[in-house]
Design a protein. Structure first.
Lengths: 597, 178
């Protein structure tokens, strides 16, 4: 690496590769070779930079130039101008929407200013397929420190002191979990990494695996040392081929370097990692279901106790943590538990990665200290609501969570505040909704997901959620009454109280949270048979504004149902009983006289 | 096993070799099913029976696992499988309209294959390209920021591609349903 004067990092995350970033890599490499610079300029496929909205992203180091929305056709200019002549290609720089200034270094962009990257510290900074680059950024130092300077108990205590809590959903204290697993005696124990990210709308674990796989291997080895396990298991989503490939390569590289296998770094600690594929079951995020799936069974949860720490994979003590939790571990040992605990709020330490998406200007992966407000995430980092629309709610916690409305915009985000606000942290999906979103429809979307993903083992979840979904369908079709809203709430309570696992216990949350915060909207559906956002098709009406209608008869001609009548040059009307809501009139009217209501 | 053509015999051989190469057979079913689906494209009854025999499991057990996980399918995919992302980010940006448009144009519903075997339609949950929402994937290629009006052109593009390899399609059709 000594003679390489410049690195060109191209985002290899899913968003950017979907926009042809790998073609950019090929084009850059070809151009660099053509200029005879292959020895001194290296093109690297890096992990996700997070700013997916502006992808594909190309970053040039050491001058930290951050190019956005690059196409393969731009490669020639980047090489000729920037790499050869040292002149930045200003048309590819990020333009600040407020000042319209070109910004070249990402740290001056609003999107990055308020972020603090701990779990994502290496994503976008190194070649994930090169163990040397990870080591050069202090990789595996934390493992060395644990093995040679600390006893297993001290390792557990350090994690406890850091205050780290599980990032996969529940927020259980990680150190305590390790302590319990360490307390059981067994001939074999397991460290399990849950990499089966199932929340629709969350992709932070994928980005860590794709961008910094060695941090997970290192953290699992540290955990193995702490709890006395010699085997690690990664349960990874088969739908993430790039993450699978990179982790696989990283495991092989770690073995070859002596960082996995027998007598790691010459110590008497031995540890190795196996990969198992998930097969698309959301319920397998529940740790007992995950373990059943690892054993090649149907992923149905079992009752706890016994907890996996006592009897897990093949009946042996097992510790399950998710990817983002593990990604924090090495840093705790490098910078100290006190440092980690100094970030965040009283009971939630460190940072949280959010997958910010929906109706927000800057979609992407965002890592902020716990205690950052929703307003800072959505309006400062996220750049506000798309198309100047009005903020309605932010949905966090995915299918297990709820909606945070305007009144929570200034609440510091942490585990406990989110629960108090009727939502939860979950794995970190944050979907921003605007005035055009119907909350009944949103609740229906999430419940539809849980109904599909319910494993079917216990009745409240299997049957109860299905009944709730039917009630929501009735509401969105305008066939429900106010009485149904009461029944909906009652059933939600029963399902929460009587389901076996986390999936069932939290499945009614999106319904309850929208009922609590948007009761008026439910009432409009059942009482006035109206969908205020105009999303519920059965309740939507097309209407003609008589002031704007010129009587051109075009709408009446295209209407397949013969629902529009009126004389030439006189305002037309739509017969709502005949209208099939196909929208043909709406698309045809040249005068903007037809609107949805 | 129909054994209707050499292709299938080769496929079973490949699967058997994979199973023989496993260090042990305990808890390997899901891995074997992944492999089998990779080889055959889907998991018809005969393949499940073969796996049950090879691993010493009951067919009911194998079927129970296949039906539980949404990644496994007993229906063959089209030559160009279409998946529309129904993750939350895509959903709030109108992915359901994309699904309806594909259904309308192809005349099939989610989970089905067109009679000519060219296209199949599925939905999936979050591909992690939320910045491009809504997203549609055709034969591994991702189309982002989709509008319903984009669907027709994309399907036409793949139809045109299919014209070149008419013969392969006919053969596969026979084998898959054999």
């Amino acid at each position: 690496m000594a003679n390489v004067r410049m690195h060109v990092l191209v985002c290899g995350g899913t968003g950017c590769t979907s926009s042809r970033s790998l073609e950019i890599v090929d084009a850059l490499r070809a151009e660099i070779k053509a200029q005879g610079l292959a020895e001194e300029v290296k093109v690297v496929i890096a992990g996700c930079f997070g700013f997916c909205e502006k992808g594909p992203i190309v970053k040039i180091s050491p001058d930290n130039t951050f190019y956005v929305q690059v196409t393969p056709e731009d490669a020639k200019e980047i090489v000729a101008e920037h790499i050869v002549k040292g002149r930045k290609v200003s048309r590819l720089l990020y333009v600040d929407p407020k000042t319209t200034e070109h910004i070249s270094d990402s740290k001056h962009m609003d999107f990055y200013k308020k972020q603090l990257r701990i779990a994502l510290r290496n994503c976008g900074f190194l070649d994930p397929e090169n163990i040397g680059e990870y080591i050069a950024r202090d990789g595996y130092m934390a493992l060395g420190k644990a093995l040679f300077e600390m006893t297993p108990k001290e390792v557990v205590d350090e994690v406890k002191k850091s205050g780290l809590r599980g990032r996969g959903g529940g927020g259980f204290p990680t150190g305590l979990k390790w302590e319990i697993a360490a307390s059981y005696k067994a001939d074999q124990k397991y460290v399990i990494c849950n990499a089966d990210e199932g929340d629709p709308g969350a992709f932070m674990d994928r980005s860590v695996l794709e961008g910094d796989p060695h941090s997970i291997i290192e953290a699992m080895a540290i955990c193995g040392y702490a709890i006395g396990a010699s085997k690690g298991v990664v349960y990874i989503r088969a739908e993430y081929p790039l993450a699978v490939e990179r982790l696989q390569k990283a495991i092989v590289a770690a073995r070859e370097t002596g960082l996995l296998g027998n007598n790691i770094l010459g110590s008497d600690f031995s540890f190795d990692i196996d990969m198992y594929y998930g097969a698309g079951a959301f319920v397998c995020g529940e740790e007992t279901a995950l373990i059943r799936s690892l054993q090649s069974e149907r992923g149905e949860p079992t009752s706890k106790p016994p907890f996996p720490a006592e009897s897990g994979f093949w009946g042996k003590p097992s510790n399950v943590n998710n990817v983002e939790t593990f990604a924090n571990i090495p840093v705790i040992f490098l910078k100290g538990a006190e440092w980690f605990a100094s970030i965040g709020t009283a009971k939630s330490k460190g940072t949280k990665v959010f997958a910010l998406a929906g109706k927000v200007n800057n979609v992407g992966l965002v890592e902020v200290p716990m205690g950052t407000t929703l307003r800072e995430v959505i309006f400062d980092i996220g750049g506000g609501i798309r198309n100047g629309k009005k903020f309605k709610a932010a949905q966090t916690g995915g299918p297990s969570g709820g909606c945070l409305t305007e009144k929570f915009l200034d609440t510091p985000i942490d585990y406990d505040n989110l629960i108090a606000a009727g939502s939860m942290m979950g794995s970190g999906g944050m979907i921003v909704l605007d005035e055009d979103d119907c909350m009944v429809n949103v609740a229906k979307f999430y419940l539809g997901f849980t109904v599909e993903e319910s494993c079917g083992k216990c009745t409240p979840c299997r049957v109860g959620n299905k009944r709730m979904l039917e009630m929501l369908e009735k509401i969105s079709e305008g066939k429900a009454t106010e009485k149904d809203l009461g029944r909906l709430r009652e059933l939600a309570g029963i399902i929460k109280d009587t389901s076996l696992c986390g999936l069932g216990q939290t499945a009614p949350n999106p319904v309850l949270s929208t009922l609590d915060n948007f009761y008026d909207e439910y009432l409009a559906h059942v009482r006035d048979k109206r969908c205020p956002a105009g999303k519920c098709k059965s309740l939507m009406q097309y209407v003609i504004d008589p002031a704007k209608c010129k009587g051109c008869t075009m709408c009446a001609k295209v209407c397949p149902a013969g629902a529009i009548s009126g004389k030439v040059k006189e305002p037309h009307v739509i017969n709502q009983d005949k209208c099939v809501k196909c929208g043909a009139c709406f698309a045809t009217c040249k005068f903007g006289a037809i609107s949805k209501r | 096993m129909s054994g209707c053509c050499d292709g299938n015999v080769e496929r079973y051989k490949e699967l058997q070799a994979y199973i023989d190469g496993l260090p042990d057979k305990k808890g390997r079913l899901i891995g074997v099913l992944h492999k089998a689906q990779g080889i055959f494209g889907y998991l018809p009854r005969e393949v499940q029976e073969f796996i049950a025999g090879a691993l010493g499991l009951s067919v009911a057990k194998v079927y129970g696992v296949v039906k539980f996980y949404s990644f496994f399918t007993m229906v063959p995919k089209g030559k160009f499988p279409i998946s529309v992302c129904l993750g939350t980010a895509c959903y709030v940006r109108g992915a359901d309209d994309i699904v309806s448009e594909v259904e309308k144009i192809l005349g099939i519903t989610v989970g089905q294959v067109t009679p000519d075997g060219l296209f199949s339609l599925d939905t999936l949950r979050c591909v992690g390209a939320c910045g491009l929402a809504p997203v549609m994937i055709v034969a591994g290629r991702v189309f982002g920021r989709m509008k319903p009006s984009d669907v027709e052109g994309i399907i036409a593009e793949y139809r045109a591609k299919a014209g070149d390899s008419e013969k392969d399609k006919a053969c596969e059709g026979v084998c898959c349903h054999g």
